[in-house]
Structures are given as structure tokens and as C-alpha cells.
Design a protein around this ligand. Structure first.
Ligand SMILES: C[S@@+](CC[C@H](N)C(=O)[O-])C[C@H]1O[C@@H](n2cnc3c(N)ncnc32)[C@H](O)[C@@H]1O
Length: 268
């Protein structure tokens, strides 16, 4: 894929891979979400899972630890590298594929019972036609009757307004409270696009510096998916515009008040 939005996404996440995990209370967030997703896996007799837009591989690792056969893919080699390191260190085996959603059908031979895509990854596709290409590609890598689970920001519910800044945060992890690093998010909405900026301030050798990572999201992704999933050959079996992950919603969700839409859809 060559469009400039995708190129920017790849570049931003390639750089972000090394410290991406400092930006959220991942352990709690992922434990809650992953338990919820695994419940859906059990209900749908899922054995083989593909985590697309897998980032640093947190969900993928949880799924592998729970005994699922897992493949992870991402457009960013920097994120995949981090994912690979994490999974190796934990002693698990996951196959990794460097691929966009749109190219998946060309890049993987296997067929999966479930394609999972968390962390608002699909919302990075800004163009409606590209999103349809991505969904068609996802359908191709599922077995007939296989399911897609996708979790994305729901801007319809919250981010339709203009500028939103903060709160100021310290990185997660053991070094968090003592670190010379602070960050905040700055969102500027030009509906339906949410311009998402992660502003990091870090003191290195006594001097404060600032780095801004910036990318765009489709704020209306949940509504778009509702329209496009049937066009791409999916039957929507669950549509949650403001998911609480089966009642396990983590403090991250409450703290940031960023509503998340979750779909479960079946390949017809
Ligand atoms: C916010 S991160 C979420 C990562 C992970 N799923 C999580 O829950 O932490 C979004 C991820 O989507 C990936 N991504 C964005 N656009 C993509 C595309 N068109 N195809 C595949 N991956 C994409 C990015 O590289 C990044 O790793």
C-alpha cells in the first residue's frame, strides 16, 4: 500500500515501538479485555487466531498463553520487532507477518477461526474504499463461519468536538513515578477525522526535549464498519457502540473516557 496516510502511520509506529508500552496501564487493560475476548473465542469454537494491527503483541501473547494458535501482523516493523521480543522473552511461539490489513489476503496462506483487531487499529484507515478493501482482505483470511472481532475508538460518542488536551501523565511501569518523562495527548477533531497527537517531554542529560507523534483516526469508524461489514460479506452478530468488555472495563476506560466500539461479525 502506498498512500501517504498509511506511510505516515508506518513511520510513526516504527519510531513508537520502543516505548509504546509506557503509554497505558496495559497489564490491567489487556487482562480485562483479553478475558472478554477469550470468552467470545470459546463461544465460537475458535482455535486459530490472527491479531491484525497487533502492535507490540500484548493481546497476541495473552491469546498464546491461553493456548490459542496465534499469528500477529502489523504495518509497522518497529511494532512487530517489539512484539517478537516480548513473546520470545515469555517463551511462546507466534508467527509474525509484516502486512497492512489491506494486503493480508496476499501475505498469509493460513485461514483463521478469528481475526482480532484491537486498540483502534482499523480506525487508522482514513479512506472508506481502503477500509472496504481491508475488510474484504480480512474476510479472505477467515474460514467460512469465522469471526472478526474489532475494537475501535467511537468518536461519534465523544470526540466530535474540537480540541481536547491532557491529562498530563507519567509513563507506566516500575520506573514511571521517578522518570524524567511526561506525556499527554492532544486531540483535534476535524470531523470525521480525529488528529491524535501524543506529546512526550523527556529530560535527557539535564535538558528537557519534546517529541510529538501525530496521526489521524476515523472518528466515525464504528458507524462506517456498521455500513461496510455487510458489504464485505459479514453478518454482524454483536454491535456494541460503547463497550465495557463484558463488564470488565478497566480504569483506563474510566480515566480517559474514550468510548470504544466493539463488533463481532461472522464471515458468511
Ligand atoms: C494504537 S496501535 C494498537 C496496537 C495493538 N492492537 C494494541 O491494542 O495495543 C495501532 C496499530 O495499528 C497498526 N496499523 C495502523 N494502520 C494499519 C494498517 N493499515 N494495517 C495494519 N496495521 C495498521 C499500527 O502500526 C499500530 O501498531
Amino acid at each position: 500500500m502506498v498512500d501517504s496516510a498509511a506511510k505516515n502511520v508506518e513511520k510513526v509506529y516504527d519510531q513508537w515501538g520502543k516505548d509504546y508500552d509506557e503509554f497505558m496501564p496495559w497489564e490491567e487493560k489487556f487482562r480485562n479485555e483479553s478475558n472478554y475476548y477469550m470468552q467470545i473465542f470459546r463461544q465460537n469454537n475458535v482455535k486459530k487466531v490472527h491479531d491484525a494491527g497487533c502492535g507490540t503483541g500484548r493481546h497476541a501473547l495473552y491469546f498464546a498463553q491461553a493456548g490459542y494458535e496465534v499469528t500477529g501482523s502489523d504495518i509497522s516493523s518497529g511494532m512487530l520487532q517489539k512484539a517478537e521480543e516480548r513473546v520470545k522473552a515469555a517463551g511462546y511461539q507466534i508467527n509474525w507477518v509484516h502486512s497492512s490489513f489491506q494486503e493480508l489476503a496476499d501475505k498469509v496462506d493460513k485461514r483463521y477461526d478469528c481475526l482480532f483487531s484491537g486498540g483502534t487499529a482499523l480506525a487508522h484507515i482514513l479512506d472508506e474504499e481502503e477500509l472496504l478493501i481491508a475488510l474484504n482482505s480480512i474476510r479472505e483470511v477467515l474460514v467460512p463461519g469465522g469471526i472478526l472481532i474489532t475494537d475501535n475508538i467511537n468518536g461519534e460518542l465523544k470526540a466530535k468536538k474540537g480540541l481536547s488536551i491532557g491529562p498530563l501523565e507519567v509513563p507506566e511501569g516500575p520506573e514511571g513515578q521517578d522518570s524524567d518523562k511526561l506525556w499527554l495527548r492532544v486531540l483535534n477533531t476535524n470531523w470525521p477525522i480525529i488528529n491524535y497527537n501524543v506529546v512526550t517531554m523527556e529530560k535527557i542529560d539535564g535538558k528537557w526535549g519534546m517529541v510529538v507523534k501525530t496521526f489521524d483516526l476515523r472518528g466515525d469508524i464504528h458507524v462506517l464498519l456498521r455500513k461496510l461489514l455487510p458489504k464485505a460479506g459479514f453478518e454482524i452478530i454483536s454491535d456494541e457502540p460503547n463497550s465495557d468488555y463484558g463488564g470488565t472495563s478497566s480504569s483506563y476506560q474510566l480515566k480517559h473516557g474514550e468510548p470504544r466500539g466493539v463488533f463481532v461479525a461472522r464471515r458468511i
